[in-house]
Ligand binder design. Structure first.
Ligand SMILES: Nc1nc2c(c(=O)[nH]1)N[C@H]1C(S)=C(S)[C@@H](COP(=O)(O)O)O[C@H]1N2
Ligand SMILES: [Mo]
Length: 428
């Protein structure tokens, strides 16, 4: 690709997107067609030149579609195996470096299961609303499905996503999936919690809601009432189909932008209270220790964060030349307003394009064209949301919290590109 100095908007080869629109640029010049055969040439040679799949009838389809078998390596990865030391918890990582766009296919949604995946029967499952209410209520699934539905595209992120960067003394062999796989994004459809609470009628002292799941260990969290009446939904559908069992079938709480553990799956009980219940993990696993010695609990929103997914740790660039740098940004406080990218270890930065739709509290795709000169460098991305919140450096994040705190890690991610094109995680 022929580019002149004015086509670059920052160091390290970041290209002004507008210079690609002129039409005079060929990105890779690979596979140029030298000569098109004409029909008058020997027909048997032409027929033989067609691949097998173009010469026979294809396979049959199936009642429920599957990804191409040629993409069989694009799968989730077991992060936490079921083992006594994990007290039954398992976690599955989304392969975000193999995906594009901003929606996570249901089969690739990350999973965090403290007590396995229960097989809940929607015919007998019920939701109870009780405590500080005028009228305790009990709903069957069928009954709830008749309520007015709302639909929202929202990310879900485990508070422990990217914990390795917070905990590990050295960076090294982790892939983008290993580090960032505990975030996903889907269109969730369900009923507003506020509609149900209005129907039950709240007593004056009501301030908290204890949400409990129907799984074996009764995963439960205390949620401020203000969130429940703001944008909380009870979701039944995920990307157009009923929730996967792994995602909480037949119904889950969905608290947009808040740490994943508050989105209680297999929801069967909402208890309205005047105080938090201090459920399991509410004083331990889901808290952070600040450098000052204070403990941060009930730290609900997931802060602004971004990661370059293409290229990222585990990828190898074949040759120097043109690449599109692309990644994901999100914020639990609102929508993404800008993402800056650096291709020269943070010396200079350029603003990336944001791909539509840019939804509130949703994964947002960004991209910027890049001409790699074949030399070792570091790629970085830094997101800012519509509240003006931006990402800290790792050093800054580590100064705020005391080890072994690992929740809510949102520092700028550096990917090192070596001169052979190999990308790895680094701490700078
Ligand atoms: N009932 C129940 N709800 C739960 C959990 C659980 O183990 N049981 N895990 C929580 C945690 S820690 C997270 S990060 C999210 C993960 O949701 P997902 O498995 O659909 O990705 O669900 C939360 N809700
Ligand atoms: Mo989680």
């Amino acid at each position: 690709m022929k580019l002149s100095a004015q086509n670059y908007i920052a160091g390290g080869g970041l290209i002004d997107r507008r210079s690609l629109l002129s039409g005079s640029i060929s990105f890779l010049a690979a596979g140029t067609i030298a000569r098109v055969s004409s029909a008058s040439e020997d027909s048997t040679t032409i027929a033989d030149a067609y691949p097998a799949w173009s010469r026979t009838l294809g396979n049959s389809d199936s009642p429920y579609g599957r990804p191409s078998h040629r993409e069989a390596n694009v799968v989730r990865k077991l992060q936490l195996p079921a083992a006594p030391e994990n007290s039954g918890s398992t976690a599955w990582l989304t392969p975000i470096e193999s995906m594009h766009g901003a929606i996570t296919p249901n089969g690739l949604h990350f999973g965090s299961h403290h007590f396995g995946v229960p097989d809940v029967d929607p015919a007998t499952h019920e939701l109870m609303i009780h405590g500080l209410v005028d009228k305790p209520l009990k709903f069957t699934v069928e009954h709830l499905l008749r309520y007015p539905m709302v639909s929202h595209i929202r990310f879900l992120e485990c508070s422990g996503n990217t914990a390795l960067n917070a905990l590990a003394p050295f960076a090294g062999g982790e892939s983008c999936q290993d580090l960032y796989g505990l975030v996903s994004c889907a269109e969730w459809v369900g009923v507003k919690v506020s509609d149900l609470l209005n129907e039950a009628g709240l007593k004056k002292q009501a301030l908290w809601v204890i949400a409990e799941g129907a799984d074996g260990g009764s995963h439960a969290r205390s949620i401020p009432l203000s969130k429940m009446t703001d944008d909380a939904i009870i979701a039944f559908y995920q990307n157009g189909e009923k929730l996967r069992a792994e995602q909480g079938y037949p119904m889950r709480l969905l608290l947009p932008g808040w740490e994943g553990n508050t989105s209680v799956k297999y929801l069967h009980r909402l208890e309205i209270s005047d105080r938090p219940a201090y459920t399991a993990h509410e004083s331990g696993l889901y808290t952070e220790q600040l450098a000052s010695g204070r403990i941060e609990g009930f730290s609900f929103p997931m802060d602004v964060k971004s990661v370059i997914t293409h290229p990222s740790a585990g990828h190898v660039l074949d040759e120097k030349g043109f690449y599109e740098i692309s990644g994901l940004a999100w914020s639990g406080y609102g929508s993404i307003s800008s993402v800056e990218v650096s291709a020269d270890e943070g010396k200079t930065w350029a603003t990336a394009s944001l791909h539509n739709p840019v939804n509130d509290k949703a994964l947002t795709r960004f991209s910027i064209p890049w001409q790699w000169n074949g030399k070792s460098t570091i790629l970085l991305s830094r997101a800012t949301d519509d509240r003006g919140r931006s990402q800290p450096t790792r050093k800054f994040w580590k100064q705020k919290y005391t080890s072994p705190t690992f929740n809510h890690y949102n520092a700028i991610q550096p990917w090192h590109v070596d001169s052979s094109g190999r990308l790895t995680n680094v701490f700078i």
